[in-house]
Design a protein around this ligand. Structure first.
Ligand code: NAD
Length: 334
């Protein structure tokens, strides 16, 4: 057991935050989870779970009371469909959350604060080619982040840097590159590409309609990191002495078309890809893990196929349950 530290996870009702609570509990920490909503797909194992709106200063003071370390994950976010259409909402909500949570943590004497940033802070001008050069941490400037989501993340990174330099609180900053896994949002409009593609393939398999819609030509590239690797990286970074922003992701790049092919093979189904207009984000993005390896002596290890197999199995179950529920409702109505 590593310590009796009291840890706060914000965004503990969300995908990564929910998994992180379980990870920290297994390591013997006392954990408070905070979110505006309960976890959607499983019960939390946090010692305390408080429903709080972290845009509010009083909620942030309450959340950070008697806490040693904070993992700050709360954010109003989603996949490309959501972040390309809600710039004002995202900038407003996430700025309030991050300004208030960090200041409340300082006021309450929190020792260490880990902020979860994103690869969306990297300049769009470096990501115009599908065969992109992997992004190094120092590539962040001159800044031209993607969307309001990326701008807000970059400003909050700077906020952490200044708080660390001028106050007693220590900060850590991670830049995630597409984290995926079971218990993440898979429908409703906020889902990200891996979950959306698993859902579409599962629908094709379970309904017998092989057509899958893909935004754009599907040749846009990304790297995808499985949730268990993300948790390991977060924990290692929190325990390290490293104060600069650090990439956390896989450095194996695939196209969205290839992502669909891998999932279809896992599902054992033939699909027909239908390319339609839609938000695609940058043309290419990949993580340069040189610094990650240097700093943490480690990098993500779980193969994309393995992570997708675990994720697909969970999403197929969700889709099947939803289809059965819809059939029951239709039966009742008829
Ligand atoms: P998520 O949407 O599943 O979790 C975020 C949680 O924050 C949600 O449960 C949401 O209810 C909560 N939240 C939103 N507004 C709140 C408020 N006002 N008060 C309290 N809670 C609030 O997202 P996730 O994938 O778990 O991401 C966690 C963090 O990692 C976020 O900061 C996100 O921007 C960052 N990130 C994630 C990815 C990824 O691929 N998943 C990539 C880059 C960065």
């Amino acid at each position: 057991m590593s310590s009796q530290k009291r840890v706060l996870v914000t965004g503990a009702g969300g995908f990564i935050g929910h998994h992180l609570v379980g990870y920290l509990k297994q390591r013997g920490y006392w954990v408070r989870g905070v979110d505006i909503k309960e976890p959607e797909y499983a019960t939390t194992v946090a010692d305390e779970f408080e429903l709080l709106d972290l845009r509010r200063w009083d909620s942030c003071l309450q959340a950070t009371r008697q806490i040693d370390d904070v993992y700050a994950l709360a954010a109003d976010m989603g996949g490309m469909g959501f972040i390309s259409k809600n710039h004002a909402l995202i900038l407003h909500n996430n700025a309030l959350i991050n300004l208030h949570t960090l200041e409340a943590a300082r006021v309450n004497g929190v020792q260490r604060y880990l902020y979860t940033s994103s690869a969306c802070i990297y300049p769009e001008y470096l990501q115009t080619d599908a065969n992109v050069t992997p992004l190094r941490e120092e590539d962040a400037y001159p800044a031209q982040p993607q969307d309001a989501y990326g701008w807000e993340k970059l400003v909050s990174e700077k906020l952490c840097e200044y708080y660390s330099a001028e106050y007693a609180i220590e900060t850590r900053t991670v830049r995630f590159h597409n984290i995926f896994g079971p218990l993440g949002t898979w429908d409703g409009g906020r889902e990200k590409a891996p979950a959306a593609m698993c859902r579409k393939v599962a629908m094709a398999k379970l309904t017998g309609n092989p057509e899958i819609e893909i935004w754009g030509d599907g040749e846009q590239t990304r790297s995808f990191c499985y949730i268990d690797d993300c948790l390991e990286g977060l924990y290692r970074l929190m325990g390290s002495d490293y104060v600069e922003p650090l990439n956390l992701g896989q450095d194996r790049m695939v196209t969205i078309n290839q992502l669909v092919d891998i999932i279809a093979e896992i599902a054992g189904v033939n699909v027909i890809k239908k390319h339609i207009p839609g938000p695609q984000g940058v043309r290419g993005r990949n993580s340069d893990n040189t610094r990650l390896r240097e700093v943490l002596g480690w990098e993500p290890e779980i193969a994309l196929e393995e992570g997708l197999a675990r994720t697909y199995a969970w999403i197929e179950d969700q889709v099947r349950a939803k289809l059965e529920h819809t059939e029951v409702l239709a039966g009742v109505a008829s």
